[in-house]
Design a protein around this ligand. Structure first.
Ligand SMILES: [Zn+2]
Length: 142
């Protein structure tokens, strides 16, 4: 399958197969306005199968949450038909309102309007710690 390359925008490559939809959801891009191509289950030389996401005309997106969904993906920023920037994703050190604390005794459960803030504890196991109650949540297990 060949999809025309884009003149300007973002290409997110090497998304784990089956995760493309989830990545698109996390990016919160209005597909009613923007041109988005999601290629699912493409053959990859690197790891068997992958998803690829192409978003036209947008070059600034918040990649913090994306690092959480799939930090093995690579992000290419395209300008004038060439890659102007390559971004390697990693797990963010701190996330706000992406992971939710489920501890019923946590202040975020008893009071509304408090942001759910988590800090990275361990990159290998993808563990995050709640800022308020120190509960540990595994990012990949959500
Ligand atoms: Zn908590």
């Amino acid at each position: 399958m060949v999809i025309d390359s884009i003149a300007k925008g973002i290409v997110i490559d090497h998304i784990r197969a089956g995760y493309g939809m989830k990545v698109l959801e996390y990016l919160n891009i209005d597909t009613g306005v923007n041109t988005v191509a999601l290629i699912m289950n493409a053959a990859s030389k690197k790891h068997g199968r992958k998803d690829v996401l192409k978003i036209e005309n947008i070059t600034d997106i918040d990649l913090t949450a994306l690092g959480l969904v799939d930090h093995s993906a690579t992000v290419n920023i395209i300008e004038n038909h060439v890659i102007s920037r390559k971004i390697k994703l990693r797990l963010p050190d701190k996330v706000t309102n992406v992971i939710m604390c489920r501890n019923p005794r946590c202040v975020t459960s008893s009071e509304s309007g408090i942001p759910h803030v988590f800090h990275l504890v361990d990159e290998a196991s993808e563990e995050y710690r709640c800022e308020y109650c120190d509960d540990i949540v595994r990012a990949g297990a959500r």
